[in-house]
Design a protein. Structure first.
Length: 290
């Protein structure tokens, strides 16, 4: 479990390290110029050891960085305080960044819930939340994030259909899910990366498409579906217009039509309204029946 420690300021230690270093040099100089060199050399050695001891404990923690401290293999605590600090020189420290990181995942080729091969990729924003877990619970938290993110994206792709063409009653699809799909991905990533002390701040699908081998067939299918839907609307509108025309003619008594004339009129109007090209009129010089 993460434990926050607050070391003492390192400015005093920095000044002491300079003074001991200068004192060490002065003692060596004095030892070289006098007959009684033993005491000066001993003083120089003591000051040099003090300089090494003090300076080794000085560390700099940059903004949005931390240091994980261990003492002969035992976890001491994590330093998240910024600036010039001083700790026990026997402590071993590991630097861990607390800044947000972007992971631009590679494009993966997987099968969706309906078995269709698709291509999918995601962009993930993450940061270290628990320095103890990031340092000791996993072996290399950066690689852990990358592998688990890929696994989460694969699982999401296999759990949802690509669209509603084959799964009309699906509650959520990868193509139309939008924010809901992103929320599912973010939730699964947080569950997977919790063991490494990683917090996922945002996760979004950055690339989504059918695999190249079926992209052409799926495009034709989508076009066919769109054409059928358009034709259905055209026929529905044409029937309404024919019905309205017959009703108006009968209501205003413009012309009396028997069943055969109504059938011919309906046929002509349907051809004109539903045809892809403009109809070419044919003038009838005789009667309707000849």
């Amino acid at each position: 479990m993460e434990k926050i420690v607050k070391p003492m300021s390192g400015y005093l230690a920095f000044v002491l390290s300079i003074l001991t270093f200068l004192g060490c040099i002065y003692a060596f100089v004095q030892a070289a110029g006098k007959e009684d060199t033993g005491s000066w050399i001993a003083l120089a050695v003591v000051l040099f050891i003090a300089f090494i001891f003090i300076s080794k404990g000085i560390m700099i923690v940059n903004p949005n960085h931390s240091r994980v401290l261990t003492f002969f293999g035992k976890y001491v605590g994590s330093v998240k305080q910024n600036g010039l600090l001083w700790v026990n020189p026997l402590f071993r420290s590991q630097n861990i960044s607390l800044r947000s990181n972007n992971l631009n995942g590679q494009t993966l080729k997987v099968n969706d819930k309906m078995g269709n091969p698709i291509e999918i990729a995601a962009v993930i924003v993450w940061q270290v939340k628990d320095t103890y877990k990031a340092a000791f619970e996993v072996e290399g938290y950066n690689q852990y994030v990358q592998i688990q993110s890929e696994a989460a994206v694969r699982h999401l792709a296999t759990s949802c259909p690509y669209d509603r063409m084959e799964a009309e009653h699906a509650e959520i699809t990868l193509r139309d899910g939008g924010e809901k799909v992103n929320e599912l991905l973010e939730q699964e990533l947080n569950e997977r990366l919790f063991a490494a002390g990683i917090l996922v701040k945002e996760a979004r699908i950055s690339h989504l498409a059918y695999a190249p081998e079926i992209a052409g067939a799926m495009l034709q299918r989508q076009q066919a579906t769109a054409i059928v839907a358009a034709r259905s609307k055209i026929v529905e509108g044409a029937v309404g217009m024919v019905e309205m025309a017959l009703e108006q003619l009968s209501k205003k008594q413009i012309v009396e039509l028997d069943e055969e004339k109504k059938a011919a009129m309906v046929s002509n109007l349907m051809v004109v309204l539903c045809g892809e090209k403009a109809a070419t009129p044919v003038l009838n010089a005789g009667s309707l029946y000849h």
